[in-house]
Design a protein around this ligand. Structure first.
Ligand SMILES: *Cc1c(COP(=O)(O)O)cnc(C)c1O
Ligand SMILES: [Zn+2]
Length: 414
């Protein structure tokens, strides 16, 4: 049974019937899915959720589809790792990594939003799906669409990493690269969505798509033993994930599934594309669009659709925002790999780098629980680190060739 009530304008509050629309006719505000939580009744309990298969759909009552999911049935329920080694390095007491670098099937949290968007697109009767992508979304739409028997078009900036391009193209999608930045891609996609009868996951079905991100935070709370964390550090591109982490926590508190921990939410960006972080640091709620210049391409949205709302979430929750340079991103990728054995993409470097900075600034206390959101896999952004790893030493296939190398390491105490 679905408890979805309507789509509601976040600005003027006008309500709309469930349909593939995303902006308010009256004020052009963005639409948001709203639910009738009272209709859930007493039956939606921790025990019911725990009795279900370990994927994001164990929370299906709080996701905006009518029937059973038809796309992405196995997505989610990724590990929440207690990061003991990293705790020591950062000097904190209780640190966790929510690891969507291993989300099924395309190794980023985008599989969550795509599962909902495509399941909803099927309910609406679409047969072609599409997206404007900074990289991970393209791969996820392509993979999940092909598995669901849907046709897909993915639109990307022309200068994405090889891993992202091949990681979409292999699924026999139609990839279109745009000579411009993500914001140009997005603008074009809005025009295309107005002309072609397609479900654009982050344009006309965006209200449904965005709800998929809530599952990431539901899992964090269940995996903490039905507790909300005190501090969560979230990477931001459009700012949507940041707002949905907040919504998910509020829903679980409202439904009595967790106690209110007064969770503070912190948003992370790369300095080379930090319009949301800058607005928080400058104490304004105006987001000034920027031209992106960073290795964190998956977060490179210069004009973020949900920036204003993410800014508000950070302020109202008692969180904050920071940004890190490209070198800090690489250092953080290596730190995570060399402490916890987790290889994150550039967005993960941004998030850990920012978490480290906020801890050092004293904005995140060292003695309370902290969750760091790792949302994508490092194998898709090899370019970022390939010149900054230990040198590969090539030798002849003989002990005689290996011995001097081992002796040199021993002498150097390696
Ligand atoms: C898309 C993306 C994000 C953030 O997305 P929002 O638009 O802010 O919801 C974070 N990490 C990775 C790896 C992504 O691909
Ligand atoms: Zn409105």
């Amino acid at each position: 049974m679905s408890i979805v009530r309507a789509l509601k304008c976040r600005e003027c509050g006008s309500e709309y019937e469930i349909a593939p629309v995303h902006v308010c006719e009256f004020c052009f505000g963005p639409l948001e899915v709203v639910y009738d939580y009272d209709a859930l009744g007493e039956g939606f309990t921790r025990e019911l959720i725990e009795s279900r298969p370990q994927n994001m759909w164990r929370y299906k009552e709080l996701l905006p589809i009518e029937g059973e999911p038809t796309v992405g049935a196995e997505v989610g329920f990724t590990p929440l790792v207690r990061a003991k080694n990293l705790e020591k390095v950062l000097g904190v007491k209780e640190l966790y990594i929510k690891n969507d670098a291993v989300c099924y099937p395309t190794l980023s949290f985008k599989d969550r939003v795509v599962s909902v968007a495509l399941s909803k697109a099927v309910e609406f009767g679409f047969t072609t799906v599409a997206c404007a992508s900074t990289g991970n979304l393209a791969g996820s739409v392509a993979a999940n669409a092909t598995a669901a028997g849907l046709k897909s078009y993915v639109f990307i900036p022309h200068d994405l990493e090889v891993g992202k391009v091949v990681g979409a193209g292999v699924y026999d999608t139609s990839i279109v690269a745009i000579e411009g930045q993500y914001d140009d891609v997005n603008r074009l996609c809005s025009e295309i969505a107005g002309k072609y009868p397609w479900a654009f996951v982050n344009v006309n079905v965006r209200p449904f798509y965005a709800e998929g991100s809530k599952s990431y935070a539901y899992e964090i709370m269940e995996q903490l033993g039905w507790k909300a964390p005190k501090h969560v550090v979230v990477p931001m591109a459009s700012g949507s994930l940041c707002t949905k982490v907040d919504k998910a926590i509020k829903e679980f508190v409202k439904l009595g599934l967790v106690e209110d921990a007064g969770t503070a939410i912190y948003g992370a960006q790369a300095t080379g594309c930090s319009p949301i972080a800058r607005s928080v640091k400058e104490g304004t709620d105006l987001i000034h669009p920027v031209k992106a210049d960073t290795i964190a391409k998956s977060l490179a949205i210069g004009n973020p659709a949900d920036g204003y709302y993410a800014n508000r979430v950070m302020k109202e929750s008692g969180g904050w925002s920071e940004d890190v340079s490209d070198q800090e991103i690489v250092d953080a990728i290596k730190l995570l790999a060399q402490t916890e054995g987790i290889f994150a993409e550039t967005a993960g470097g941004v998030t850990l780098g920012v978490a480290k900075k906020l801890i050092e600034q004293g904005r995140i206390p060292r003695d309370e629980s902290i969750v760091i959101c790792v949302t994508g896999n490092g194998l898709k952004t090899l370019e970022a680190v390939q010149d900054q790893i230990n040198p590969v030493r090539t030798i002849k296939p003989s002990l005689k060739a290996f011995d001097p190398l081992a002796e040199a390491d021993l002498a150097a105490n390696k």
